[in-house]
Write a protein that binds this ligand. Structure first.
Ligand code: BGC
Length: 259
């Protein structure tokens, strides 16, 4: 089998767990070298485990700690990555979090936390990456891990939806602005994937059952359901795609029926 990402260099933000972890390992299996960004010391053991997995596949992996809610840490992340690897071909904007609260109870600090990582952090990581790619004049691919909630309402998660809606429009705008530079940008919008972001839901049988009833394929997604699409978007198979969102949601978004 031909490795679809042979000798490409990919930076995966939030790559120590969940969807990011699986994308990193899958990319390595396709021949890429990886840079994994992780948020805090607490995530280091998980990041080290991912690194060991990648090295076992015969690829290089660099770990960089950066909290993407800080512009100076984003800057440092891109500088360190380029110093370690010489260039970055693929950026996977995966880092993200969510906070549940009714609209009238959302605090400024929770709003800032969600918005600063999910939208502002993603925005400026992309900017720092693009500046580097333009300087070095290599074709590049940006993949945003958005959410089905860039379209679908998610009551009690309004800050999250606002951020993901922003990612959608950013993807469309940048597709046009970056095309002349050989840089494409697309999003993946996962539905309910079995990862740590869903811990509360997974532990609540009633909530889980009501969610499953809304998913035509009647199961939660697995991280590998997302990473297969990420490989496609990172590979030359998707060279003519930009500004698009691919939904990986078991049919959740367009599920409507009358009894
Ligand atoms: C959220 C999950 C949610 C899923 C489906 C994801 O974007 O992170 O908490 O279960 O969408 O609603």
């Amino acid at each position: 089998m031909v490795a679809r990402l042979k000798d490409k260099i990919a930076l995966v933000t939030g790559g120590s767990q969940g969807i990011g972890r699986d994308i990193a390992l899958t990319f390595a299996g396709e021949g890429a070298d990886l840079v994994i960004d992780y948020r805090s010391e607490r995530d280091l053991p998980m990041a080290e485990e991912v690194k060991a997995g990648i090295e076992k596949l015969g690829r290089r992996c660099f770990l960089v700690q950066a909290d993407l809610s800080s512009l100076s840490e984003i800057d440092q992340l891109i500088k360190t990555t380029v110093a370690d690897t010489g260039r970055i071909d693929i950026l996977v904007n995966n880092a993200g979090l969510e906070k549940r609260a009714s609209f009238w109870d959302i605090t400024e600090s929770d709003f800032d936390l969600v918005f600063n990582v999910d939208l502002k952090g993603l925005f400026f990581t992309t900017q720092a990456f693009v500046r580097e790619a333009m300087k070095q004049k290599y074709p590049a691919k940006i993949i945003n891990i958005s959410s089905v909630h860039e379209e679908l309402p998610f009551p009690h998660f309004t800050a999250y939806c606002v951020s993901k809606g922003g990612v959608k429009m950013m993807t469309r705008n940048l597709a046009i602005e970056l095309a002349p530079y050989g840089i494409t940008i697309n999003s993946i919008a996962p539905g309910a994937i079995e990862t740590p972001i869903n811990k509360a839901l997974l532990n609540d049988k009633a909530k889980l059952e009501s969610l499953l009833a809304n998913i035509p394929l009647a199961r939660l997604g697995q991280p590998k359901d997302v990473s297969g699409v990420a490989v496609f978007l990172a590979s030359s198979d998707s060279d003519y795609m930009t500004g698009t969102t691919v939904f990986v949601d078991g049919g959740l978004l367009w599920n409507y029926q009358e009894q």
